[in-house]
Design a protein around this ligand. Structure first.
Ligand code: SF4
Length: 366
C-alpha cells in the first residue's frame, strides 16, 4: 500500500464540497479541542475558519513553542544545473524556455560552496532540473562529496529517483530529501505536466516513501500553491504528511507551502493564494501536525516571513539565489524570483530581534 491508495479514498469533489460546507459552529467546536484529527484539519482550512485566524494563531504559537522552542533553522539552496527535459507549464526551467543552460563543474561548485559557507550557512539544499543526461546520479554523488567538505547537512531537491539511487546518495553523505508533488489533483497535474518523465503522477507521489525507505533522516513535501484549488491542495498535503509520519516514524517529516512566483515565461496562476490564505494553511497545519517542521522560503516577502516567526514556521531559507552559479555571478535566469533578498546576517538579526535563535547546525553526518 502507498499513499496513492489513501488518496483514492478522498475524492476531490467530496473533499471540496465538505470544505465549502463547514459552518462557524463546527469551527468553534473544533477549536475547543487540543488534539486535532484530519477531519478537524479539514474544518480549519474551510472558508468558515478564515474568520478565526487569531484564535488559531494563539494555539499555533503555543504548540510551536512547546515542540520547537524559539529556534529557527536556516539553510540556503544551491542550484547545480538547470537542464530540464520536462515541460512544467509554471516553471522558468521548462524545456521550452530559452535560457542559458548550464551545470556547475566541480571547480565552480567549490567556489559556490565556499561563498555560501562564508555566509555562515551549514545546511544546504542541492537542486537540479530533470535531466538524467546532464545531471545523472553519479554527477550528483560527485557534487555531494565536495559539498560535504563545507556543510554539515545536505538535502536534495532533484528529480525523483529510485530507492537504490537514494541509498547511494545517503551513503555519500546526503541526509535530507525535498520533493513537492506540485499538485495533488491528478487531472490538474496532467494539464500542468503535458510531457516529459514528470508526467508520471504516481511515480512522483511515491517518491517521499522511497526517500524514507532509503535511510534519509528528513523528508520534506508540499504542493505548489496556486496550481489547484488551495484548500483541497492544503488538505492533501497535510494528509500526505500525516500518512508519512505514521508509517515512517524514524524520519523527520516536514512540509512547505510554496506559492507561485513570477519566472521566465508567461503563466497565469490559476488559483492565487492570498496572504491570509497562506497564514490559514500554516496555522491549520501546525494545529494538526504538531511535530512536523514547516519551511517558508524566500519566495515570500521579508515582512511577511518575519510575521510568521513563532506561528508555526521552523525553517527558513536565507541569502538565497536561484541561478546556477549565482552566488558568484548573477545572470538573471533564476528558476523563480526571490521576494526576500536579505543577507543571512540580516535574517539572523531579525530572529534575534524577535527573541528567536537562528540555528545553523543541528546535524552532523558521522
Ligand atoms: S519544475 Fe522542475 S521538472 Fe519542472 S520544468 Fe522546472 S526544473 Fe524542470
Amino acid at each position: 500500500m502507498s499513499f496513492y491508495d489513501v488518496l483514492q479514498k478522498y475524492k476531490q469533489n467530496v473533499v471540496f464540497e465538505r470544505i465549502q460546507s463547514v459552518s462557524r459552529e463546527e469551527v468553534d467546536r473544533v477549536l475547543s479541542k487540543e488534539i486535532f484529527s484530519i477531519d478537524d484539519y479539514l474544518v480549519l482550512i474551510s472558508p468558515a475558519a478564515s474568520d478565526f485566524l487569531e484564535e488559531m494563531a494563539r494555539k499555533a504559537q503555543r504548540i510551536t513553542l512547546q515542540h520547537f522552542g524559539r529556534a529557527v533553522v536556516l539553510y540556503a539552496p544551491l542550484y547545480l544545473a538547470n537542464y530540464c527535459v520536462n515541460n512544467c507549464l509554471y516553471c522558468g526551467f521548462n524545456v521550452h524556455n530559452d535560457l542559458d543552460r548550464r551545470k556547475l563543474t566541480m571547480e565552480e561548485l567549490r567556489v559556490e560552496a565556499k561563498a555560501i559557507s562564508e555566509m555562515g550557512i551549514r545546511h544546504i539544499l542541492l537542486l537540479t532540473g530533470e535531466s538524467r543526461k546532464h545531471s545523472p546520479v553519479e554527477y550528483i554523488r560527485d557534487c555531494v562529496k565536495i559539498i560535504a567538505e563545507y556543510f554539515t547537512s545536505i538535502s536534495l531537491e532533484v528529480y525523483p529517483l529510485d530507492e537504490e539511487d537514494y541509498r547511494l546518495l545517503v551513503n555519500s553523505g546526503v541526509d535530507g530529501l525535498t520533493i513537492y508533488q506540485e499538485v495533488y489533483d491528478e487531472d490538474v497535474y496532467k494539464t500542468m505536466h503535458p510531457s516529459g518523465p514528470k508526467k508520471d503522477f504516481r511515480y512522483r507521489l511515491d517518491t517521499p516513501e522511497r526517500g524514507c525507505r532509503s535511510g534519509m533522516r528528513s523528508v520534506g513535501i508540499g504542493a505548489l500553491m496556486g496550481l489547484g484549488n488551495w484548500r483541497t491542495e492544503a488538505f492533501y498535503t497535510a494528509l500526505h504528511a500525516h500518512y508519512l509520519t505514521g508509517k515512517y516514524s524514524e524520519v523527520e517529516i516536514s512540509l512547505s507551502i510554496p506559492r507561485m512566483r513570477p519566472h521566465t515565461g508567461s503563466f497565469e496562476v490559476p488559483s492565487p493564494v492570498g496572504d491570509r490564505d497562506f497564514v490559514q494553511i500554516m496555522l491549520a497545519a501546525r494545529l494538526f501536525l504538531r511535530h512536523v517542521g514547516i519551511t517558508v522560503s524566500t519566495r515570500e516577502r521579508a515582512s511577511f516571513r518575519d510575521n510568521l516567526v513563532g506561528l508555526g514556521l521552523t525553517r527558513m531559507s536565507a541569502g538565497s539565489v536561484t541561478e546556477v552559479g549565482g552566488y558568484n555571478e548573477k545572470r538573471g535566469d533564476g528558476q523563480f524570483e526571490i521576494s526576500d533578498d536579505r543577507s543571512v546576517e540580516e535574517i539572523r538579526q531579525m530572529l534575534y530581534g524577535k527573541g528567536f535563535q537562528p540555528v545553523f547546525k543541528d546535524w552532523q553526518y558521522i
